[in-house]
Design a protein around this ligand. Structure first.
Ligand SMILES: NC(=O)c1ccc[n+]([C@@H]2O[C@H](COP(=O)([O-])OP(=O)(O)OC[C@H]3O[C@@H](n4cnc5c(N)ncnc54)[C@H](OP(=O)(O)O)[C@@H]3O)[C@@H](O)[C@H]2O)c1
Length: 274
């Protein structure tokens, strides 16, 4: 059943590895949560699994496809008036091949950056005072390069890891820009390398990685821990990684492209510059 819990923390990708771990940890702490899931049935199964371990927890569930700006707008409309206490932008994707969202964006860019940008901005007037926004980035963002044409790259520019890293860098720059423009707590979390579906690259060596690589990766609970800390902090524009709260490097904090990217994405999604 679709349900939004007033005053809850919204968790996107809540039926995935780290999303589910985060919802469970929040529920066990007595926080109310609204799970935002692309696959509603999978979301409901995850909700029941968590409720079995945290009986009586207040856990709502709403559909959200971040690859569809229409779906993002419908989600934001459903949440209206519920004063969310926070938003954990956890959902993410790293497809092996180039494909477009229904809005004509490259899938990785649409799901990892444009969808969360629109969702967060649409919720800005809805959040409870003192709300926390946490964007899940990746260590790959540190090595990414972004340029003015980032939002409209074609198949010739697509590279699974590079495109993913750039989408996470864009999410980082958005977080920093948002922290400068609002009084909310806007922070980032880097989970490290976590044994989840995400690190299946869709290649012939995936079964080997399952045996020789995944056992040495972090568990989803460990990967979700920095995000959970970031949901309780008084800081803003910081990076939560392992058990640390880090200041960002100057090249991220004052990236000359951050403002332009904000404006371009606002135009693309039909929002004001703000
Ligand atoms: N695993 C790592 O090593 C690692 C490292 C750094 C950062 N991260 C980041 O951590 C976050 C969580 O990833 P994970 O490792 O837990 O991977 P995961 O298990 O694959 O979870 C990803 C979640 O995102 C959801 N999602 C994908 N496309 C979506 C869309 N179009 N709309 C809405 N939801 C969508 C998935 O939905 P379904 O449940 O329907 O598939 C799933 O719930 C991601 O942002 C990822 O980039 C992961």
């Amino acid at each position: 059943m679709e349900e939004i819990i007033p005053g809850s923390i919204i968790v996107t990708g809540a039926s995935g590895s780290m999303g589910k771990a985060a919802v469970k940890a929040l529920a066990l702490k007595g926080r109310s949560v609204t799970m935002a899931c692309r696959n509603f049935q999978k979301g409901e199964a995850a909700r029941q699994e968590i409720l079995a371990q945290a009986p009586g927890a207040a856990i709502g569930l709403l559909p959200l496809d971040l690859g569809s700006l229409r779906s993002v707008r419908a989600f934001a409309a459903a949440v209206k008036g519920s004063a969310p206490a926070g938003l954990l932008n956890n959902a993410g994707t790293m497809p092996a091949r180039f494909s477009l969202t229904e809005d004509g964006l490259e899938q990785t860019v649409g799901v990892n950056y444009v969808g969360p940008y629109l969702l967060t901005r649409l919720l800005l007037d809805e959040f409870a005072p003192d709300a926390h926004i946490v964007n899940v980035i990746s260590l790959t963002a540190k090595y990414a390069k972004i340029d003015e044409g980032f939002l409209h790259k074609g198949p010739e520019d697509f590279h699974q890891l590079r495109t993913y890293a750039t989408s996470k860098l864009a999410l980082m720059l958005f977080s920093i820009e948002l922290a400068k423009r609002t009084s909310l707590h806007v922070n980032m979390s880097d989970p490290g390398i976590v044994a989840s579906d995400m690190i299946d690259l869709g290649r012939w060596f995936d079964p080997l990685a399952d045996i020789f690589f995944k056992p040495f990766c972090k568990r989803p609970e460990q990967g979700a821990a920095p995000a959970l800390a970031a949901l309780e902090t008084n800081t803003t524009a910081r990076l939560f990684k392992r058990n640390k709260c880090l200041n960002l490097q100057e090249c991220f904090l004052n990236n000359p492209l951050a403002g332009l990217l904000w404006q371009q994405t606002a135009r693309l999604t039909g929002l004001s510059d703000f």
